[in-house]
Design a protein. Structure first.
Length: 394
């Protein structure tokens, strides 16, 4: 069996756990200990210097956190992984670990709102230049990358506009220019998309979303080459944005059903997108699984499933229409997160782009009536019936 490469569903259950199962336990323990004692000072020294496996202090490493990192590392097919307390914790740690004053970043306009603020508010303060391109203008991105940059930062599909970028094409452009190529894979998860296999150097997640899947734990994680992960780990160890072991346990447990949840969400979201597309009160529907979607062709090439996230606008394109519509949905939380077992809805103004002003959102091409719909695992007939009754006011 040693050469047999297990599939994702089996990895979700078994990967990363064995090392930490002790005294016959079948589940990874939550190790709350802040530090790890050594009777042998020489052994303590070896572990502290990284010459021997083990743990010293939980701000740096912790067994439960490590089991979580191992599970996602194997699912993404990476050499190494490290985590942080939140998705933003891993994104900011990564950018600040890899960039220096005078460096340049190329990215796209449609990244997650928090990421966008790192690009527009914080990196420039450290004399790091950031160029944000139109998200689906691949030629413009390639041209900017060719001018020289240290990091090419991508997200696909994007939050909340659900746009798709060609990861293989842009990873090739980034590598040619000598840039480190990073992809936020939160919306797709490794079940639907494996950016490392498309040539990306680092793949990251807000584990708060689909990986955990139950909206009860925050976390972030990044996977890639050992040398890069080591630099990011070192910065995160010092900035102190460490993943809590209890959160790591919730994420580990959530990930055991990742493949089942994603399979269901892929199927339900496509049905819902088709329903919305045919509804007279609905404007645009953005879902890469629809043949009418501008990202469909690329998504078909690089994704194994189109995901649980979709966006749609109302024909009555105003925030007031959203205000009246959302409370009518019975089987959807109106809330800021996504990727959970429950269906969750929200406009960008209160979710992904809460930090931005209405003018900034307009400049990013985010319509006032855009609704981000995170499909849960409820029976899809009930979700469609719920949308149908809620839309009767229009
Ligand atoms: C939520 C989200 C983040 C930020 O993650 P947190 O865990 O909330 O810090 C980053 N990227 C994407 C695509 C997200 O949806």
């Amino acid at each position: 069996m040693t050469n047999h490469q297990i599939l994702a569903g089996t990895q979700c259950i078994w990967a990363g756990e064995e090392e930490y199962l002790m005294q016959g336990a079948t589940q990874v323990p939550v190790v709350h200990s802040v530090s790890y004692g050594y009777k042998d000072v020489d052994e303590w020294m070896q572990v502290a210097l990284g010459q021997k496996a083990g743990h010293i202090y939980s701000r740096a490493t912790n067994p439960t956190v490590h089991a979580f990192e191992e599970k996602i590392r194997q699912l993404e097919g990476a050499e190494a992984a490290t985590s942080a307390s939140t998705g933003m914790g891993i994104i900011s740690s990564t950018l600040f670990a890899l960039l220096s004053p005078g460096d340049r970043v190329v990215s796209v306009k449609d990244t997650y709102g928090g990421t966008n603020l790192i690009f527009t508010e914080f990196l420039p303060r450290f004399n790091i230049e950031v160029t944000l391109c139109d998200t689906t203008d691949h030629e413009a991105i390639e041209n900017e990358v060719a001018k020289g940059c240290q990091v090419l930062y991508l997200e696909s599909p994007t939050n909340p506009t659900v746009k798709v970028v060609d990861l293989a094409r842009l990873a090739a452009a980034g590598s040619k220019a000598g840039a480190i190529v990073i992809a936020d894979n939160t919306f797709a998860t490794p079940i639907n998309q494996k950016p490392l296999s498309l040539g990306v150097d680092l793949v990251l997640h807000s584990a708060t979303k689909f990986l955990g899947g139950h909206a009860d734990a925050l976390g972030g994680v990044i996977c890639g080459q050992k040398s890069l992960i080591k630099q990011i780990f070192h910065f995160r160890e010092i900035n102190g944005a460490t993943l809590h072991p209890m959160a790591a346990y919730f994420l580990l447990r959530g990930m055991k059903t990742l493949h089942l949840r994603i399979r269901q969400q892929n199927e339900s979201a496509l049905n819902i997108a088709r329903f919305l597309e045919s509804h007279p009160a609905v404007g645009d529907v953005r879902y890469p699984g629809l043949t009418s979607d501008e990202g469909h062709r690329i998504a078909q090439q690089q994704m194994h499933g189109f995901g649980g996230m979709l966006g749609f606008t109302l024909k009555e394109n105003s925030f007031d229409a959203v205000r009246r519509f959302l409370p009518r949905l019975r089987y959807a939380h109106a809330a800021a997160n996504l990727g959970s077992v429950e269906t969750i809805v929200g406009p960008p103004a209160t979710t992904s782009h809460v930090e931005c002003s209405a003018e900034e959102r307009a400049a990013m091409g985010i319509p006032e009536s855009l609704i981000r719909y995170s499909t849960g695992i409820e029976d899809v007939a009930d979700l469609i019936a719920d949308l149908k009754q809620a839309l009767t006011i229009f």
